[in-house]
Design a protein around this ligand. Structure first.
Ligand SMILES: [Fe+2]
Length: 231
């Protein structure tokens, strides 16, 4: 798959932006919402717990969150799956004990105009590493493992690819400090755009086309909220 409205998508792109839009009280409200939501998935192997932000658990917070995103993003649509009653989820909570591998959240439909993802840390002991390289195909996990590359994804699962690779050896110092969970040969030709150190009270807005992963620095567990948007 390749996005049809590629020019529109590229016109909307820009540098990553850190913002402070949520008060301390609002961050606490978001955490309380997380605690009250039902579990969507607990993957023992990957050691991650996922929950979706379901509307109407805390209507006041739904409104605050949507309006604050609208202030910084302008017009947008949510793109985080929908509930059985066809209501948009407002984001995906991601609690993990081990770091996430290299991937891109570039969507599953070629007609979508993918826009920004908003990452809001709810713990401060982690980083997300964004690479300069962008991807305009379907959402994909990047690997050099031949078995993994044969994986046939279901409609809501990431493709697998090694087409992100280039020639140049990846920076050994950065690998050693942040990316030891990823085979350095799976990073050939990649350059870092931004290492985002998670800070509570801050959010990061970044284009959905950036390839990214977590750093290997997780003390105990990390919890974050990501909202994917489209136009
Ligand atoms: Fe992601």
């Amino acid at each position: 798959m390749k996005h049809i409205y590629l020019n529109k998508i590229k016109d909307l792109e820009g540098p990553p932006k850190k913002i402070n839009i949520f008060s301390e009280r609002e961050i606490i409200m978001i955490k309380e919402l997380y605690d009250s939501l039902p579990e969507r998935m607990f993957n023992k192997k990957q050691n991650v717990r996922k929950k979706t932000w379901i509307q109407n658990y805390n209507k006041e917070l739904d409104k605050i969150y949507y309006n604050k995103l609208k202030d910084v993003l302008g017009d947008f649509k949510m793109d985080n799956l929908k509930s059985e009653s066809n209501e948009d989820y407002y984001g995906l909570f991601h609690e993990s004990f081990s770091p996430l591998a290299l991937h891109v959240d570039s969507g599953f439909y070629e007609e979508d105009i993918i826009y920004k993802q908003v990452v809001t840390p709810l713990t401060s002991n982690a980083d997300t590493v964004f690479f300069k390289k962008r991807w305009y195909g379907r959402a994909t996990s990047f690997t050099i493992d031949p078995n993994e590359l044969n994986f046939k994804p279901k409609p809501d699962q990431n493709d697998r690819s090694d087409k992100h690779l280039g020639e140049k050896e990846f920076d050994k110092k950065i690998h050693d400090k942040y990316l030891r969970h990823i085979d350095i040969n799976n990073l050939k030709g990649m350059e870092v755009e931004l290492i985002y150190n998670w800070k509570i009270g801050e959010s990061l807005i970044i284009d959905r086309s950036h390839i990214h992963c977590s750093s290997c620095r997780i003390e105990h567990k990390k919890l974050g909220l990501t909202t994917f948007t489209k136009k």
